[in-house]
Design a protein around this ligand. Structure first.
Ligand SMILES: [Zn+2]
Length: 286
C-alpha cells in the first residue's frame, strides 16, 4: 500500500530565527541545535506513524506538545517562543555586555551534550523504567526513570554500529540479584520496561586516546531494534564541530538531513558518513 508522505518542516536554529520577547526583554536563544535535532526526528517519526503521533498528542510533556504543534504549524513565532519557555528551565538568561543598560539584549545559550538535553526535556517520558521485585516484604523500591540507554563502546568498536542491539546490553528481567535499595538485604528481580521511544547515547570512543567520536555511515545502523518490544529507527543525531544535525529516516527508508543552520531539508542516503552522538527509535505497533 502506497501512502502519500507528509512533507514535514525544518526547525531553524535560534541563531538564525528572530529573538523572543519575554517580560519586556529581547532574548536571543542560541545553539538550539541539540534540542532541535531531537524534535526534528520525533516530528518525522510522528508524521510517519499514527500511533506515535497520537501518543505525543495525548502526552503532557511540553517538548512532545511542541513537536505536535510544530507538525501542524511549522516553524512559527509561537513555536520559537514555546522552545524558549522549555529551554529557560535548564539554561540561564544572561545579559552579555560591559555596560549593562535595559536596552541591551539578553542571551540564552542552549549548548549541551545531546544525552543531557534528552534527559532534561524528557524527564517525564524516559526511555526506560526500572523496578525491583524484592523478596523482602518491607522493601518498597520506587520505579526509576532511566532517560536514555548507553552502549558498550568496545562492542561497537569491535563490531561496528550494526551490533547496536548487542552493545545496549538490555535485559527485560534479571533474576536473583541483590536488591538495589539501600540497606535492603533482599533478593530481587530487576525488571526493565522500555517506553514508546528510546534514545541511545552514541559518542563512541573505543580507545581512550580518540579525540572525536567514531565515524560510520547511516546504513550501518539497525533499522529495527528488539528490546523486549520492536522499535523502528527514526533518526540519528550527528555531530560536526560545535553543531548537531538530524538525520531523519522516513518510514519508506528515505533519509533526510535537517541542518537547522540552513533553510531547506536535504536528501542523504545509507552511504552518508557521519559522527553519531545519539540515535532515536520509536515503538513499532502493528
Ligand atoms: Zn529490597
Amino acid at each position: 500500500m502506497k501512502v502519500p508522505q507528509k512533507k514535514g518542516f525544518l526547525l531553524p536554529n535560534g541563531l538564525i530565527s528572530k529573538p523572543v520577547k519575554f517580560e519586556g526583554k529581547t532574548i536571543f536563544v542560541q545553539n538550539t541545535c541539540g534540542f532541535d535535532a531531537i524534535s526534528q526526528i520525533l516530528h518525522f517519526g510522528a508524521l510517519d506513524d499514527p500511533v506515535y503521533c497520537s501518543t505525543i498528542q495525548s502526552s503532557t510533556n511540553e517538548t512532545l506538545q511542541l513537536v505536535n504543534a510544530f507538525m501542524k504549524k511549522g516553524p512559527t513565532k509561537e513555536i520559537f517562543f514555546r522552545r524558549f519557555l522549555i529551554l529557560r528551565k535548564f539554561y540561564p538568561i544572561v545579559q552579555r555586555t560591559e555596560a549593562t543598560t535595559s536596552l541591551n539584549p539578553y542571551f540564552l545559550n542552549a549548548e549541551n551534550n545531546i544525552g543531557t538535553i534528552w534527559s532534561e526535556i524528557f524527564d517525564s517520558v524516559p526511555s526506560l523504567f526500572k523496578t525491583y521485585e524484592c523478596n523482602n516484604p518491607t522493601c518498597n523500591f520506587e520505579p526509576q526513570a532511566i532517560p536514555f540507554l548507553s552502549v558498550n563502546h568496545r562492542t561497537i568498536g569491535r563490531k561496528g554500529f550494526g551490533a547496536l542491539e548487542e552493545a545496549v546490553q538490555f535485559h527485560s528481567r534479571i533474576s536473583n540479584i541483590k536488591c538495589r535499595k539501600e540497606e535492603c538485604k533482599g533478593i530481587a528481580t530487576e525488571i526493565n520496561m522500555t517506553n514508546f521511544h528510546i534514545f541511545i547515547e552514541l559518542d563512541i570512543r573505543p580507545r581512550i586516546q580518540m579525540t572525536a567520536g567514531m565515524q560510520c555511515t547511516l546504513g550501518d545502523f539497525p533499522i529495527v531494534l528488539h528490546l523486549e518490544k520492536k522499535y523502528r529507527l527514526a533518526g540519528v543525531i550527528g555531530y560536526t564541530p560545535d553543531h548537531f544535525v538530524a538525520y531523519c529516516r522516513r518510514i519508506t527508508g528515505r533519509w533526510l538531513l535537517c541542518n537547522n543552520l540552513k533553510t531547506t531539508i536535504e536528501s542523504c542516503n545509507d552511504k552518508t558518513v557521519i559522527i553519531p552522538h545519539g540515535i532515536i527509535y520509536i515503538l513499532e505497533t502493528e
